[in-house]
Structures are given as C-alpha cells and as structure tokens.
Design a protein around this ligand. Structure first.
Ligand SMILES: Nc1nc2c(ncn2[C@@H]2O[C@H](COP(=O)(O)OP(=O)(O)O)[C@@H](O)[C@H]2O)c(=O)[nH]1
Ligand SMILES: [Mg+2]
Length: 249
C-alpha cells in the first residue's frame, strides 16, 4: 500500500466521462448525480461540437441545480478540447469551481465521437470510458487507449443485452482481459444495484483523491482517426501525437 499524504487538495476531484456517441455518457452523469448529490457538491461540464444539447438534457433531468451544469462548445474536433489543447475546458472547470466554491466533484463529459478519445491528465484526475452492449459484444476486445487504460470501463445498458444477443458476462470478462485486470463495471440505469456499484467506485476514488493518494494516469494518445468534411464529401486522417502540442490537419 502506498503512503497517503495528509495534504488535502483544495480543488474538486475532476472526473472525465468519455466514449462513443450514444453509449450513455450523459445518462451515466445523471445516474452519478442522482446517487451522490446528497454526499457531494457536484458540478458538470459538457462538451458538444455545436450545441449545448447534453447540458440541456442534464438540466432537464433535474439532478443538480441548473447553474452548476455548463456547456463548452468545442467546434470541429471534439477530442482536441479534451486532449491537445484543454484550455477551454480547464477555464470552464475553474470558473465553475470558483463560482460554486467549494465543489467536491466536477464531472466532464467529452463530446462523443468514436473509440479513440481520451482526456489529458492535465484536465482530469481520472476518467471513465463508457461502452454499451448495443455496440456489440466484440467492441471491448478491440482495445484502444480508453477501453484499455481508462481508470474504469463502464459497459452500459446491460438491460438491453438479451435483445442484441450479447452475453454480458463474456463481454465483461473480455474487457477485463483487454484491460489487464483494470476495473470494469456492467451498468444499467434500470438495475439500481449497478448504479450503486458505480457510485461506490466514485466515492472510493474521491476518498483516495482527498487523502492525496490518487495519481492521475494517462491512458495514452488517441489513435489516428478520420474526420468527415462538413459537406459530407471526403475528409482527412488526423493524428494526435503525444509529444506534439496542438496538431495540424
Ligand atoms: N435501455 C437503456 N438505455 C439507456 C441506458 N443508459 C442510457 N440509455 C439511453 O441511451 C441513449 C443515449 O444516452 P446518452 O446518455 O444521451 O448517451 P451519450 O451520447 O453517450 O451521452 C438515450 O436514449 C438513453 O436514454 C440504460 O442503462 N439502459
Ligand atoms: Mg451526451
């Protein structure tokens, strides 16, 4: 066991939530707020490409005071804002922490895209990667930095597994193998015990963070990926090299 220092961090625990579009990042944040809002003062930053849809969804869920949910509109490349140049997000997080001081936890939702997006450790202290069973049982085996090395992999919507012919136990065990034993949780908002397990993981992370015993891990840079042009014609291949600040298209 590592020794935990007695210095308490002044700021909130910053927890990123990444994963492909539609897997349930916003729902995961809503679940966590519902489960933890009485214990922790929580704030939320959402990242959308062009809209504040996710922030509006979360406000409509009524899980937090509306003003504690803010949107960052990232423009064309949603990953850049959570990985290469995190300035917009860091400012948003710091403003939120200042305006609602003291906050205990700030959840940052990435603009969903594909399997490649991860948060820079300079923006978040820890990150969840969210997959769902509807994306197919194989996806957990495909790996990538988020699936392989995020602090926690959430396999969401396990209530749907039987409808899409996915064996949840097998998917979870494949994921565990791909992650070399790092944490994996099967979750459904329709199964309260799974949401409780997710909340317990965050509670433990917060305890460790507050005790000074948590070290942010970098899942690694994004794999090269393809962006379609806005007119739908053509596109470009795009890399985010670890050593290169910013990137060229
Ligand atoms: N059946 C089921 N649907 C879910 C669950 N979690 C999220 N969803 C649905 O999945 C869709 C996408 O969820 P959302 O949180 O917006 O995904 P995001 O794009 O990753 O933020 C929505 O229609 C949700 O209602 C779940 O546990 N079970
Ligand atoms: Mg969302």
């Amino acid at each position: 066991m590592t020794a935990e220092s007695t210095t308490t961090p002044r700021r909130a625990l910053r927890l990123g939530v990444a994963g492909p579009v539609g897997t349930g990042k916003s729902s995961t944040i809503a679940n966590l707020c519902r489960a933890l809002a009485e214990e922790f003062r929580i704030g939320v930053i959402t990242n959308d490409i062009y809209t504040d849809e996710d922030a509006r969804f979360l406000r409509s869920e009524g899980v937090l005071p509306e003003e504690r949910i803010r949107a960052v509109e990232t423009g064309a490349c949603p990953h850049t804002a959570i990985r290469d140049d995190v300035t917009m997000n860091l400012l948003a997080v710091e403003d939120l922490e200042r305006d609602f001081d003291p906050l205990d936890i700030v959840l940052v939702e990435s603009g969903g895209d594909n399997l490649t997006a991860t948060f820079a450790p300079s923006l978040v202290d820890a990150q969840l990667f969210v997959l769902d069973v509807a994306g197919g049982g194989d996806v957990a085996r495909k790996g990538g930095p988020g699936i392989g090395r995020a602090d926690l992999l959430v396999v969401n919507k396990i209530d749907l597994a039987e409808h899409v012919d996915v064996d949840v136990e097998e998917m979870l065990s494949d994921a565990s193998e791909a992650r070399e034993g790092r944490a994996v949780l099967g979750v459904s908002r329709k199964r309260p015990e799974t949401v409780d397990a997710l909340a317990a993981w965050v509670r433990e992370l917060h305890r460790s963070f507050s005790a000074g015993g948590h070290t942010p891990q970098d899942p690694g840079p994004m794999a090269p990926h393809f962006h379609a042009d806005e007119d739908g014609e053509g596109g470009y291949l795009h890399t985010h090299e670890e050593a290169a600040p910013g990137h060229s298209h």
